[in-house]
Design a binder for this molecule. Structure first.
Ligand code: ZN
Ligand code: ZN
Length: 151
């Protein structure tokens, strides 16, 4: 892999690197993501926790209120509070890394039922009104990786 998939927080204290490309990239238009980011949607790269190499700093988890009631921790830089990734449903082996890069465009748009009307979706990228079944959408290689961490 030649992509340098590294990132970090606004103040520079937290730096990390993804050891490989993610399994899948979500663009989520749900109300939780809108509230928690303060904007129209969130971009999340789904990747195995052990492929997120922390180069510096120590992101701290904060429990978020959710519409679904399922647990959601947002990991933030303790200095500048930038959100760097999330952990959903207590699934500690999977990270939802916040991304915004040409290297990782969304593979799917979800919760489009609450998408803002002035956000236009690209043709050819799957879009779902709510959530979806990964078994019906993800490529086989990504499903294999998912099975490897969840069985
Ligand atoms: Zn920071
Ligand atoms: Zn969301």
């Amino acid at each position: 892999m030649t992509d340098n998939l590294s990132g970090g927080c606004a103040c520079g204290a937290v730096r990390y690197r993804l050891a490989s490309r993610p399994m899948f990239v979500h663009c989520c238009h749900c109300h939780d993501c809108q509230r928690q980011t303060g904007t129209a949607f969130a971009l999340n790269a789904l990747i195995e926790t052990d492929r997120v190499e922390i180069l510096s700093g120590a992101p701290v988890p904060y429990a978020m209120p959710t519409d679904s009631g399922r647990p959601h921790n947002i990991y933030r830089c303790p200095s500048c509070q930038t959100a760097v990734w999330s952990e959903y449903g207590g699934l500690t082996k999977l990270r939802f890394v916040r991304v915004g890069t040409t290297l990782l465009p969304p593979d799917i748009h979800i919760y489009t039922r609450s998408k803002l009307p002035w956000v236009a979706l690209p043709e050819g990228v799957p879009a779902f009104e709510a959530y979806y079944r990964s078994s019906e959408v993800w490529p086989a290689e990504a499903l294999d990786r998912r099975r490897a961490i969840f069985g």
